[in-house]
Design a binder for this molecule. Structure first.
Ligand code: CTP
Ligand code: CA
Length: 226
């Protein structure tokens, strides 16, 4: 079922992937995080490597083994992920932003453990917006082919299409999360959207979704260049 175009396209191609959550530290023992496991991004890295791609994987804090022959760079915060992406995007033909980047970070993280005070009955955290990493890459003049993800619990395709346009992406993978799909799950269901095309993938394992996604990118890229 995988397009025969995809193998030659990915052979020797440089692919940058971000994966996993980011953790935003409050203090040395606490952080704000999210439920991304990193499995989708790691599955894409593994499958792309098998198709012959040279893969760099920028990973947030996850408990996954590095796929064979994949260059992995570990980061923790959105700012660290941004710095790693800025250092690497230009050497790659394709950037897939599969990471669940925290939208906000602490305005200030404390050097020491925050202690609650006697009688304190609440705590207000001040957050500041993180950079939009995928939108930043898509705005560069030497940008690679840029693929985003949109994990949504409702109005999935509508929100995904809005993100495709707002962030000026080449493609977005709409991802229904919740119930038995998406975060912390083996099975996934993606719909692939570009300006011209829409492809609904059947529910399958993240490895199978990754193969289909890589084949779709190869088709898009091959038709652009043809
Ligand atoms: N993304 C990013 N940097 C951010 C936030 C998101 O690069 N600071 C990327 C994600 O990796 C994903 C895409 O943008 O590829 C969409 O992320 P998502 O969280 O769905 O969209 P947001 O623009 O953050 O909108 P919201 O969370 O409000 O739905
Ligand atoms: Ca977000």
């Amino acid at each position: 079922q995988i397009s025969p175009i995809s193998q030659p396209y990915w052979q020797g191609q440089r692919l940058l992937i971000s994966a996993g959550p980011t953790f935003e530290d409050l203090d040395p023992v606490r952080f704000l995080g999210n439920r991304s496991s990193g499995k989708m991004g790691f599955a894409i890295a593994e499958q792309a490597q098998k198709m012959g791609a040279k893969v760099t994987l920028i990973a947030g804090p996850v408990t996954l083994a590095t796929p064979f022959n994949v260059h992995r760079i570990d980061v923790r915060s959105a700012q660290q992920m941004f710095a790693a992406v800025q250092a690497h995007y230009a050497q790659n033909a394709v950037f897939i932003s599969a990471a669940a980047v925290a939208d906000f970070a602490l305005a200030q993280s404390s050097q020491h453990k925050i202690k609650k005070q006697p009688g304190q009955d609440g705590l207000t955290l001040q957050l500041v917006k993180n950079p939009d990493i995928v939108a930043w890459v898509a705005a560069q003049s030497d940008k690679p082919f840029v693929v985003g993800f949109a994990a949504e619990t409702q109005n999935v395709l509508e929100y995904a299409r809005a993100k495709l346009h707002a962030k000026k992406l080449d493609m977005i993978c709409a991802n229904q999360v919740g119930e038995n799909l998406g975060f912390e799950r083996e099975q996934n269901q993606l719909t692939l959207l570009s300006a011209q095309h829409e492809k609904i993938l059947p529910t399958s394992t993240k490895s199978e979704q990754a193969q289909q996604l890589l084949a779709f990118i190869a088709e898009q890229q091959t038709s652009i260049k043809a």
